[in-house]
Design a protein around this ligand. Sequence first.
Ligand code: ATP
Length: 640
Amino acid sequence: MQTNKIALIAPNKDFTLRAVDLFSEWGEKIHVAVASREDSIAIAQQLSERGADALICYASFNETIKTTVNIPTVSLRPSMLDILRSLQGVKEWLVKNGKWVTQQPVGLIGDAIIAEATVVADILGIKTTVLSDIQAGELAVLAAVVREVADIANSQGSEPTSTVNDIPCFSITVGHETVFESVRRARELVLAGRVERVKLEQFKAVMEFTGEGIVAVDSQRRITYINHTAEKLLNKSKVQVIGCLAATIFPDANLDDTLRYGQTRIAEVSDGDQGFTCRIVPMLISGQTVGAVLTITEAPFAAKDKDRASRALAESGYKATYNFEDFITANTFMKETLEAAKSYACVDSTILINGDTGTGKEIIAQSIHNYSPRCRGPFVAVNCAALPESLLESELFGYESGAFTGARKNGKKGLFEQADKGTIFLDEIGEVSLGMQARLLRVLQQREIMRVGGDKVIPVDVGIIAATHRNLPDLIEKGVFRRDLYYRLSILQLRLLPLSARPEDIPLLVENIAKKLSAKLFKQSLQFSAGAIEVLRRYQWPGNVRELAGVIERLIILKKDTNVTGDDVKKVFDVKSCQADGVRTVPNGTMEEIEYAIIMQVLKETGSHEKAAKILGISTTTIWRKIKLFQNERNDFNLK
Ligand SMILES: Nc1ncnc2c1ncn2[C@@H]1O[C@H](COP(=O)(O)OP(=O)(O)OP(=O)(O)O)[C@@H](O)[C@H]1O
């Protein structure tokens, strides 16, 4: 390879010789190689491997060559000026030889030049006809033939280069200026390529030495790039990894959401001993996902500790079991909500879930935790309505020894501390007192707590998800909820629709819940008729999915066969009202008093909040809330 790194691929020996002459005349050190159509690609590749920075290729070779080499290519073909000059020569010759007056057409041959030659001939007033080759067509009626010849012009003359059956044949060849222009263009591309390469090298240097591991994956999920840090983290070399399917290196990293739907997500991946947190970001070109970039950092939990960690979590009970797949819905709004929830899971801001009782707020909270980088940490759910204020405070923030009578000798860690590195789910946040709201606001802002009776500030690393069935802006208006706390909580909001607003979910939920419950109760799964589904769709479901699950459970237990009709469903609804109206006596009083009395009666009969909730078709949270509300109102009343 010569020092000048441009090479020309010529289609024949004559072309080659003329090009060599021209380049030496111009003092250009350009390597010229001759190639046939068949070996042109191999020769182009050899030239590229031997260090050529750009190739000038005869036009008919260029289309295939440019897609097989990684260096820029320039197509060399007769220019418009070359065609004009040739046809002008033809016209002059026809005039000079008395053939112009006959107005016989000129035959044109050569796919690459036909379009331009026809236009130029029109301008010059030359009649033309297109021929496929020199033997074909009515040569006798032609004044002349003009054809493209793969050569460099050797003279500027306007004489025929040959004759066929006494018809003069003229050639259109590549002019000297055209060759010169192709060299100029190739040089320009080499220069531009160099600038790009410098930028690329700078970019690569930054990528290589950043503290995070970086891996790029194409749309076929094959690894196309891995930086030095990722090689070290994964203990694998570029050679081992490039070209492999991402799944072979990261079996737990699900790329579907990113490659199909362009979503950014965070996954916990491991390669045996070591665990990593992996942020997966789509690579977009003009809005189209063409691949993904994975940034990898060491996870707070090493893989070898995972079993121990998850065992400890299971034992502590602070474990989230639900994932997004468990949330069944066919409703478009709810599907969008799930997508938003997945995005929220990737950031650490507080999330507020709003929805009626039984709409799945806890499923969503658990799923967010399990989808987030905190998934290996604890998930601590606190029902803020279930505890009296003083107890809630010491439960949430813990206490120091001797903080109050009956306090443990060594003090106690609060739930915020227990949720460290994980997520705390503050259910029924709308029910907490103003005093407690002030304490919560401080944690939300500073991510620090102070134990009851303590004076030490303890930093806590927790994700916070809050939920309520209440309309918090209404509570703000009533002065029972702090506006500043609401703003803090509501940066990322999710709203869950009541079941009555999404009747299209009923068939899916019925099928799914019936399958799960019948397996749990060791019963055969039920078949719901269209009539049964219709009855279920028309019902209002004040207790939402929890109530639906209760109805299905009753059907599974009561039905002797497996086919459920509309009447069966109605009867089960009746059974429920019989239980409430028939067996128990309804006391006199206000609605609240009757409700309170019924709740207390069922609690007494069952001895358990869970069983009572099931019978009444409401959640345990609602039971706690109603009791608390009733008792608070009584206390207020008594105080007055
Ligand atoms: N979309 C759903 N798909 C499947 N199961 C659901 C769905 N929504 C709710 N459930 C089921 O309904 C029950 C209630 O759900 P969850 O406890 O998450 O509701 P909630 O909104 O937190 O209720 P509450 O406010 O009363 O505590 C659970 O058994 C849950 O599995």
